[in-house]
Every structure is written in structure tokens, then in C-alpha cells.
Design a binder for this molecule. Structure first.
Ligand code: F6R
Ligand code: MG
Ligand code: MG
Length: 366
């Protein structure tokens, strides 16, 4: 029987700036969702990364289901009330519109969902990133699914060697979802050509060519495309199934050792190394750095195990040190050059206004 894994995530307020949600806020969301276990949903897990709360549910309703989305949306609305009462900063910030119609896509929260036929054992990973946007997963996904330097299975396992289909979205197109399907390995240079640009092209899903099954679902919403102005970074979530016909958990984790520079950090307008962190890690230095947490689960008949925290292992302490060093390095040049994002990607209007004003004072010399 098919089950659906759904992550719906939002920033609805945090303590002391854009740092982390309060215990009371988390409890409110947890209790709200727990109520529906055994009824609308089978099971759930609620966690946070930085200032974002993620609701993972299992159910039999399929993706983009109105009742499931409404449940999570209502939980975030109930949470927003608590956040307002506690005087949390940015209460309700990701609920850009409060009139619910159908599903939460385009309303502010991030969504990553997959309907799957459960395998005998069904291991999967839930990734949550903060202070960055969905393109942050581009490079790790490319390396895990198309590069034998990270995925030994591409050489050693014949069914993995058959490759994967990448669905990639052009997120600059806002009227509808604009997606291209490309196949690895034969189109892997084309895939790289798109994934090079994480602000515009974002992996939406990946499918196994051996079994035809979906392996990856990434949230692709860009908040500033919806709101037309800064409302916070998008802070993506992702589901990845692992093992057998899919990359192993370790092959999925391998690229995070590289701590690539991603857009985000302070005011969503800088470049930051992507630091792999333990579950429930908060934000700090320069409203960053950009962080990603990873929780591994197994699911059986929709019932999920407790999470195994994949970045809570001594190896990653070393990687975190490296990421901290890189963060320090790029912060040495402050606002200059590649430390800040290009003009079109700045999340605050300040520079645009300044340049407009100064434009009038330029003179063209004869
Ligand atoms: C970045 C982020 C923070 C804020 C910054 C200013 O995603 O959330 O860096 O941009 O703390 O926040 P406001 O404008 O809310 O004072
Ligand atoms: Mg956030
Ligand atoms: Mg935020």
C-alpha cells in the first residue's frame, strides 16, 4: 500500500531575533499535529533547524493533499498565536497569506513530499537548511547522484549505474512550475550547466532509472518571488530515500564534507559555507552561517522510528571546524565582491535605492 511522506516547514517566529523557535511554540505545533495521529495522519515528527519548524507527517492521502496541508497550515496559525503572545520575533513571518485555498504551495511555507510504495525496509533522510535557499542542495545532489567520486555505487552497483532522472525547475518563472527533465549519466554536463546557478535552477526531484521510483523531493518555493520583496530566506527542506537501488545514506552525506558556498547568511544577501549541524541547532554568527541538518528514519506501514542524527558523529566536528574557518575567511572581506550576493539577489532594497539616488549625480564626461 502506498504511503506519503510530507514535510511542511515554516518560520513563524523565534527567540532573540532569527535564532530559534521557543519550546512553547514547538510544543504547540507538536500537540496540534499529535491530535490527528491515527486519524488523518499515521505518524509525525516535529523538529527545528535555526528559526524554522518542520512538520514531517506520514499518511495515505498523496502529495499536495488539501487536508494534510490545511492541518499543517492550521498548526502554524495556532503557533503564530503563541509566538505573538510570547512576543517572539517575526511571528507568522512565513505565512504570507492567511486565506487557505487548496494547498500551501505559494503561501510561504516550504513543502517536500513523496508518495511511495514502501520497500520491505524503507530508510530515508529528512534535510532541513536555514539561512539559505533551495539551490543549496544542487551541488550535493549532483555529486551524490552523478559523480562516482561521491557515489561509489555508480561504479560498483549495476542498478545504480543505470543512472537517474533529474527534474530541474527554473524558479525565475513565477506564473507556473517550469521544469525540465534531464538524464544522468548521458546529460550530466547539461545538468551541471543548470545546477551551476542555484538562484535560478533548482533540483525539484530525482528518480531512479532502474526502478522508476522517486528518490528525492526538494522544496522549491522562493519566497521573494511570491512576495516581490524580502520576507526572509527560503530555508529549504528535502526528502531523500536511500539504499538498494538508491545511493546509500553515506553516499548522500558525502558531498556535505565540501561545505560549498551558498547564498544566504546575514539578511539573505551574502555567501556562506554550508555547515552540516546536529539536529535542533540554532543560528548565531552573522545570522548564520548557513546550516543544514540531516535526520535519518525508517518507516514501516507509515510508522516512523525515532530520528538518527546523521551529522552528530565525530567526523562532522572536523567538517564544522572547516566550515567555520571558511566563514571567517569570507567575512574578512565584509560587503566586498563575492562576499555579498549580486545586485539582483539582494534581499533588502537598500542598495537599489542608494544606486537610484546616486545615478542622478553621475556625469558623463565628454
Ligand atoms: C536572514 C535573516 C536575518 C535577517 C536580519 C535582519 O535570512 O533572517 O539575517 O535578515 O536579522 O532582520 P530584520 O529585517 O527582521 O530586522
Ligand atoms: Mg529560517
Ligand atoms: Mg527566518
Amino acid at each position: 500500500m502506498k504511503i506519503t511522506l510530507s514535510i511542511i516547514k515554516a518560520d513563524i517566529g523565534s527567540i532573540g531575533g532569527h535564532i530559534k523557535p521557543s519550546q512553547k511554540l514547538l510544543e504547540t505545533i507538536r500537540n496540534y499535529i499529535k491530535e490527528k495521529e491515527g486519524k488523518l495522519i499515521i505518524d509525525s515528527y516535529i523538529g527545528y533547524t535555526g528559526d524554522d519548524i518542520s512538520i514531517l507527517t506520514t499518511h495515505r492521502k498523496g502529495v499536495l493533499n488539501k487536508m494534510i496541508h490545511k492541518l499543517c497550515f492550521d498548526a502554524f496559525m495556532a503557533g503564530t498565536k503563541v509566538a505573538k503572545n510570547q512576543g517572539l520575533y517575526g511571528a507568522g513571518q512565513d505565512l504570507l497569506t492567511t486565506a487557505f485555498s487548496g494547498n500551501v504551495k505559494g503561501m510561504g511555507p516550504q513543502v517536500a513530499e513523496m508518495e511511495i510504495e514502501e520497500r520491505e525496509a524503507e530508510p530515508f533522510l529528512m534535510f532541513m537548511a536555514d539561512k539559505t535557499d533551495p539551490g543549496a542542495f544542487n551541488l550535493p545532489l549532483y555529486l551524490s547522484f552523478a559523480d562516482p567520486m561521491h557515489n561509489a555505487g555508480l561504479i560498483l552497483a549495476p542498478r545504480i549505474k543505470m543512472g537517474f532522472r533529474f527534474n530541474i525547475m527554473d524558479v525565475s518563472y513565477t506564473k507556473a512550475d517550469k521544469v525540465i527533465e534531464l538524464k544522468s549519466p548521458e546529460e550530466s554536463y547539461d545538468i551541471a550547466a543548470l545546477l551551476r546557478d542555484p538562484e535560478r535552477f533548482v533540483v525539484e526531484s530525482i528518480w531512479s532509472r532502474a526502478s522508476g521510483e522517486q528518490v528525492v523531493a526538494v522544496s522549491t518555493t522562493r519566497l521573494h518571488n511570491i512576495a516581490g520583496k524580502y520576507v526572509g530566506k527560503d530555508d529549504p527542506v528535502m526528502l531523500v530515500r536511500t539504499q538498494k537501488d538508491f545511493p546509500s545514506t553515506g553516499e548522500i552525506l558525502s558531498p556535505y564534507t565540501l561545505t560549498p558556498m551558498v547564498p544566504g547568511f546575514m539578511r539573505g544577501s551574502h555567501n556562506s559555507p554550508l555547515m552540516p549541524v546536529k539536529m535542533n541547532t540554532s543560528i548565531s554568527f552573522f545570522d548564520g552561517p548557513a546550516i543544514v541538518s540531516g535526520l535519518a528514519f525508517c518507516v514501516k506501514d507509515g510508522k516512523i522510528t525515532e530520528p538518527a542524527d546523521v551529522f552528530d558523529q565525530p567526523y562532522w566536528d572536523f567538517v564544522r571546524q572547516q566550515a567555520a574557518q571558511e566563514a571567517q575567511e569570507i567575512r574578512r572581506q565584509g560587503f566586498f565582491g563575492s562576499a555579498m550576493l549580486p545586485y539582483s539577489e539582494l534581499e533588502y532594497g537598500g542598495i537599489v535605492e542608494t544606486i537610484k539616488k546616486l545615478e542622478k549625480r553621475f556625469i558623463i564626461k565628454k
